[in-house]
Design a protein around this ligand. Structure first.
Ligand SMILES: Cc1cc2nc3c(=O)[nH]c(=O)nc-3n(C[C@H](O)[C@H](O)[C@H](O)COP(=O)(O)OP(=O)(O)OC[C@H]3O[C@@H](n4cnc5c(N)ncnc54)[C@H](O)[C@@H]3O)c2cc1C
Ligand code: FES
Length: 257
């Protein structure tokens, strides 16, 4: 798949909380084809301490408006700088990078559960969109510390059933995603997950116990995003693999979790 390095224009900014922003980006020519699970390496201008690009998942693609969405949680200098962007600013993006979740065309007739935690919900909105477009109803299980950390909930609800857990019981069921009763009461054929590593590891344990096929999108620290610096490697049954080029999405059978 070809990669592009484009200055995309910020067309809309939705400030979801004091530390979360949804950036909608566009350009004059049609955006290239992207797949759910793929990511963008964003160049952070105006941040003297941020030399390397920062990886951010493709959150959604609005083909009608020729927009790509990025959902950003401000955790450090680079992402805090992204919070300061304004409508009309340019954002230099290298994309689309990495592999993808198993795509909707290969999931026909299978009941798919998308499990996200925190800002890890980002690529699941895009995967939900493609499942829905192919006539396959996606199911979502989303977890956060507190109700105010649940991101894009309304958009997920427009796509299908959404099950929620919060650690402080401010929304949905109390606890972690793997505590949700839906996992005991319903059967799913395929699970795709993204979020904090401990969350994905416990989702993987659940899937293994029930022999459900499962994919996890890893968020290892990255630098080049192109397989050159080896700073993102993950130990797997096939040896060390680069999360940026061999992933970020891995079938859990490959992972040493
Ligand atoms: C494939 C991929 C997709 C991603 N998608 C998104 C997304 O859609 N939205 C989003 O907000 N973030 C996403 N991330 C995480 C994001 O890249 C990091 O939060 C960002 O690089 C941090 O940069 P910074 O300059 O703000 O913070 P830094 O100053 O570099 O780091 C601040 C703190 O965050 C920690 N940190 C940095 N990167 C990560 C990471 N990947 N995992 C855990 N801790 C980290 C650092 O160790 C440090 O403690 C993704 C990461 C990967 C690898
Ligand atoms: S980030 Fe450089 S090899 Fe993956």
């Amino acid at each position: 798949m070809s990669k592009y390095c484009h200055d995309l224009c910020v067309s809309t900014i939705d400030r979801l909380s004091s530390k979360h922003v949804l950036l909608k980006l566009t350009q004059d020519t049609p955006l290239p084809k992207m797949l759910p699970g793929q990511f963008v390496e964003v160049r952070v201008d105006n941040s003297p301490h941020t030399f390397l690009r920062r990886p951010i998942s493709v959150n959604y693609v609005d083909k009608r408006k020729n927009e790509m969405w990025l959902l950003v949680a401000a955790v450090g200098a680079g992402t805090k700088e992204m919070l300061k962007l304004r409508v009309g600013d340019n954002l230099n993006c290298l994309f689309p990078l990495g592999n993808s979740f198993t795509t909707a065309d290969k999931l026909h007739g299978r009941k798919v559960l998308l499990v996200g935690g925190g800002v890890g919900v980002a690529p699941l909105l895009f995967q939900g969109q493609t499942l829905l477009e192919s006539g396959n109803q996606p199911y979502f299980l989303l977890g956060a510390r507190s109700a105010s950390d649940l991101l894009e909930l309304d958009l997920f609800k427009e796509m299908g059933p959404v099950y929620v857990t919060t650690e402080d019981f401010s929304a949905g069921e109390k606890g972690y995603v793997t505590d949700h009763t839906i996992l005991q009461n319903e059967h799913f054929d395929f699970i795709q997950t993204c979020g904090p590593k401990p969350m994905m590891q416990s989702v993987a344990r659940y899937a293994r116990e029930r022999k459900i096929e499962c994919e996890a999108s890893l968020e290892n620290l990255m630098a080049c995003g192109l397989g050159a610096c080896l700073c993102c490697v993950e130990k797997t049954v096939e040896g060390n693999l680069c999360v940026c080029t061999d992933g970020p999405v891995f079938n859990i059978k490959k992972l040493l979790w």
